[in-house]
Ligand binder design. Structure first.
Ligand SMILES: Cc1ncc(COP(=O)(O)O)c(C=O)c1O
Length: 424
């Protein structure tokens, strides 16, 4: 695997087809129900639909719900699903069995774990995050600061590429550091092990947001010795819109951790219906209430695919695709002054590439009209996600060819491409 972009600009479409023919992951594309004529480069936002998902969810509805009715809580294993699927997800993030549980939304899971982390460091009054973090993480942290501050909110320190750095903000007053491993805008990837080590050196705990990492890059939380992690399953894992988040807590914290939300599914004896809350053993205490079992069923179907996938092969293909994209952008889009906002050093890049384009919103709409689907993040980033299970090298070629045509014809200037919906 190279560390720098290395695909030659003279590469042509036939060579991309050859790369596809030699691709060890190529057969996975047929497991997804992608519409004819669509090049889907937004799997970093909402993953594609696996072909088996509809039948599996249908079976859960008709057999488990329809026929099994309430009996399915036991007979179909509904009650155990959040931990059972957590165990199936665990190898994707370097977790051990019993360390992962499905949660509610990622936002709720961030709250659930950040509160537990701060409580494990009593007396420390600072939480650290990053200015460019996905905003929901910062919003949820604000609630944690209020809740646990004891009258005066906990202090928040934010790092940023232009400073302050992690070194600048870390001291023995920091309880927890909350960072996103792969940046949602640029795809910049942090060194999980090195950052964890730096944070723990001052006695603070490390909470990782893995939304843009899981299924996109190999992650080894236990090798890094991290403390907490959360993430979503609707992006690279293809669990579907509204799929549950996941929570990872290092086993060494299970006994002492006190999550924020103390619902009955996290109780030691939920069906004793006791008056008071008593936390369950292990990761189960991070559960809250009744899981959204139809969404859980959709995730279950996509995890069947993931159980066959080699994460090193994912990373190798991901880097080939992003390197190819960057090389083609450099070679063909230079006349329009388009900048690559993602790291060029592949070790620091996740599975997406962002381009800085004035009027990028309209350009993206024009691209989407042609069936090349990416997305846009204000003020000027066009985001392209490369999900190695279903994106091919010829897709990358065709996407850049379409982009070049849209820029050279200036078709994006047409008024309809400026109209914005609620979601960009
Ligand atoms: C890094 C990151 N964290 C959190 C979220 C969203 O959280 P939720 O699943 O609660 O909508 C996203 C959504 O794209 C994200 O990119």
């Amino acid at each position: 695997m190279s560390t720098e972009t290395s695909v030659t600009p003279s590469l042509d479409r036939a060579m991309c087809a050859e790369l596809d023919a030699a691709d060890p992951l190529a057969s996975f594309r047929d497991r997804f129900a992608l519409p004819e004529g669509v090049i889907y480069l937004d799997g970093n936002s909402l993953g594609a639909l696996p072909k088996d998902t509809a039948a599996h969810v249908q079976r859960v509805i008709t057999e488990e719900w329809g026929d099994g009715l309430i009996r399915s809580w036991n007979d179909a294993g509904w009650f155990a699903k959040p931990v059972a699927l957590g165990d199936r997800l665990a190898p994707l993030i370097g977790a051990a069995p019993g360390e992962v549980v499905l949660g509610d939304s990622t936002s709720a899971s961030l709250f659930q774990t950040a509160v537990a982390a701060v409580r494990l460091r009593p007396g420390r009054r600072v939480v650290v995050s990053e200015r460019g973090n996905f905003p929901t993480d910062l919003y949820m942290l604000e609630a944690v600061q209020e809740l646990l501050g004891g009258g005066e909110p906990l202090e928040r320190r934010l790092i940023h590429d232009d400073g302050p750095t992690l070194d600048d903000v870390l001291d023995d007053d920091v309880a927890v550091v909350v960072l996103t491993h792969v940046d949602y805008r640029t795809g910049r990837m942090r060194d999980l092990a090195e950052v964890t080590r730096q944070v723990q050196a001052v006695g603070a705990l490390m909470l990782w947001d893995l939304c843009h990492s899981v299924g996109a890059v190999p992650v080894d939380l236990n090798a890094a010795g991290a403390d907490f992690a959360i993430g979503c399953t609707y992006k690279y894992l293809n669990g579907g819109p509204g799929a549950p988040s996941f929570i990872w807590v290092a086993e060494r914290h299970h006994a002492a951790a006190r999550p924020a939300l103390t619902g009955w599914h996290g109780h030691a004896r939920p069906f004793d219906f006791e008056l008071g809350y008593a936390p369950a053993e292990g990761i189960t205490r991070f559960r809250v209430g009744t899981p959204q079992l139809l969404s859980v069923a959709a995730l279950e179907a996509s995890l069947d695919i993931w159980s066959e996938v080699d994460l090193d092969a994912i990373r190798e293909k991901s880097l080939r695709l992003t390197e190819l994209f960057i090389s083609l952008v450099d070679a063909r889009l230079a006349p329009w002054g388009i900048g690559v906002a993602s790291p060029r050093q592949s070790a620091r890049r996740g599975s997406q590439v962002a381009l800085r384009v004035d009027d990028g919103f309209a350009v993206m709409q024009a691209l989407i009209e042609r069936g090349v689907i990416g997305d846009f993040r204000a003020p000027d980033l066009m985001r392209f996600g490369f999900a190695p299970l279903y994106v091919s090298h010829t897709d990358v070629w065709d996407a850049v060819a379409n982009l070049e045509d849209i820029l050279s014809t200036e078709v994006w200037r047409e008024a309809r491409f400026a109209r914005r919906g609620a979601v960009t």
